[in-house]
Design a protein around this ligand. Structure first.
Ligand code: PMP
Length: 365
C-alpha cells in the first residue's frame, strides 16, 4: 500500500502518476548513482553506468511485454505525435495506400499527419455517435496490398479501447499504444510496429518507446532525414545521438516496480479491479453519472463520464479538488470528467474516488 500524506489522488491523463517506490529510488540515487558521485542526468550517455541503465530498460520491456525475437525496442523523442509523421515517412511509399481506423482525436491527428505525406484511407470509423465504440473487426475495410493499417489501441480522450486486436495477415498492423501499453498482456506478434509516449504507463515524458519488427525495418524508405529513420535508432541501440537519459532511467525504475508487482498479468488484474471500482458506481447509480463509452468498448485506463449538466460537473470537480483529487476534468475537446487510472495509480486512489462519487451523488441527487 502506498501512503504518503503529501501525495494527492493523481488521475492526470499524462504525464501521470508514477510508483512511489520508483520516485523514492530516484530520490535516493539522485546525488550519487551507483557510486559514480553523479546523478544519472550527469552521466555521459556513452558511459558504462548509463549503458547498463539503458540496456536494462530495454531488457525489462522485452520481458514484461513478452516481445518475441525479431523485434527491436527503440527509444525516441518527439512524443507519440512525431510517430504520426515517422510512420508514413518510413512506411508509406508512393503507389501504396495506408488505412487508418478512426477511434478518436489521436487517430484523427495521426490521419491528418499521414495525409500530408502519402495516400491514406479510412478503414473504419467510430466518429458517428462521438466515438463511444470501437469498430468491429468485420467493419475494417482494406486491401491485402495496403502499406499498413493504423489503429489507436486506447482512446485517451473518449475512454474507449480495443478489446481484441485484429489479425491483419500480411498487412502490417501499426498501433499507437500511448495510453494502454503494458496495462495487460497482449500478443506483440500481431503488430509490425507499436509506439507509445512513455508518460502514462511506462514512466515520465521525454521518451517514446517503439517496438518494431525487423522485416518492416528493412523495407523502410531510405530517403528520410537521419533522425526520422527508425533504422538510425535500431542500428545504434538508440544511442546514435544523446537519448533522454533520465527519462529512460525512470522507465527502468517503473518497470522494476511492474516486475515486482508480478508483471503484465498481475498489473492487468490490478487495473481491472481499479477500473471496476469506478465503473460499478457509474452503472449502479445509472443516470447520475453517465458513462461515455459503450460498455463493450470501455477503456481500463481512461474512465470518461458526465453528470446531468455542466454546473453539476463543475461542482463535482470543485469538490474533488478540495479533497485532494487531481486531473479529473475531461479533455478540453470532450468536456465532462475523466479518471485516468494508469498502471501506477494506486488502488487506494480509485477507492477514494469511488467514495467521493457515492457521497457526491447522495448529496446532490
Ligand atoms: N496518442 C495518444 C493515444 C495519446 O493519448 C497522446 C497524448 N495524450 C498522444 C498520442 C500524443 O502524445 P505526445 O504528447 O507524447 O506527442
Amino acid at each position: 500500500m502506498e501512503k504518503n500524506s503529501k501525495r494527492v489522488y493523481n488521475f492526470n491523463a499524462g504525464p501521470a502518476a508514477l510508483p512511489l517506490t520508483a520516485l523514492q529510488k530516484a530520490q535516493e540515487e539522485l546525488l550519487d548513482f551507483n557510486g559514480t558521485g553523479m546523478s544519472v542526468m550527469e552521466l555521459s550517455h556513452r558511459s558504462k553506468d548509463y549503458e547498463a541503465v539503458h540496456n536494462r530498460a530495454i531488457e525489462l520491456l522485452k520481458e514484461l511485454l513478452a516481445i518475441p525475437a525479431g523485434y527491436e525496442v527503440l527509444f525516441l523523442q518527439g512524443g507519440a505525435s512525431l510517430q504520426f509523421a515517422m510512420v508514413p515517412l518510413n512506411f508509406l511509399p508512393t503507389g501504396k495506400k495506408a488505412g487508418y481506423v478512426m477511434t478518436g482525436v489521436w487517430s484523427e491527428k495521426a490521419y491528418a499527419e499521414a495525409e500530408q505525406l502519402g495516400e491514406i484511407f479510412v478503414a473504419a470509423s467510430a466518429k458517428e455517435g462521438n466515438y463511444r465504440r470501437i469498430p468491429a473487426v468485420e467493419e475494417l475495410k482494406y486491401n491485402a496490398d495496403a502499406a499498413y493499417l493504423h489503429i489507436t489501441s486506447n482512446n485517451t480522450i473518449y475512454g474507449t479501447a480495443w478489446q481484441d486486436f485484429p489479425d491483419t495477415g500480411t498487412v502490417p498492423l501499426i498501433a499507437d499504444m500511448s495510453s494502454d501499453i503494458l496495462s495487460k498482456p497482449f500478443d506483440v506478434s500481431k503488430f509490425a510496429l507499436i509506439y507509445a509516449g512513455a508518460q502514462k504507463n511506462l514512466g515520465p515524458s521525454g521518451v517514446t518507446v517503439v517496438i518494431i519488427r525487423r522485416d518492416l525495418l528493412e523495407q523502410a524508405n531510405k530517403k528520410v532525414p537521419t533522425m526520422l529513420r527508425y533504422g538510425t535508432y535500431a542500428k545504434d541501440n538508440s544511442l546514435y545521438n544523446t537519448p533522454p537519459t533520465f527519462s529512460i532511467y525512470m522507465i527502468k525504475l517503473m518497470l522494476e516496480w511492474v516486475k515486482e508487482q508480478g508483471g503484465a498479468a498481475a498489473i492487468y488484474k490490478q487495473n481491472q479491479q481499479k477500473a471496476a471500482l469506478i465503473y460499478d458506481v457509474i452503472d449502479d447509480i445509472n443516470g447520475f453519472y453517465i458513462g461515455h463509452a459503450q460498455p463493450d468498448a470501455r477503456s481500463l485506463m481512461n474512465i470518461t463520464f458526465r453528470l446531468a449538466n455542466e454546473d453539476l460537473e463543475k461542482k463535482f470537480l470543485d469538490t474533488a479538488k478540495k479533497l485532494g483529487f487531481v486531473g479529473l476534468a475531461g479533455h478540453r475537446s470532450a468536456g465532462g470528467c475523466r479518471a485516468s487510472v494508469y498502471n501506477a495509480v494506486p488502488y487506494e486512489s480509485c477507492q477514494a474516488l469511488r467514495e467521493l462519487m457515492l457521497a457526491f451523488q447522495k448529496e446532490n441527487a
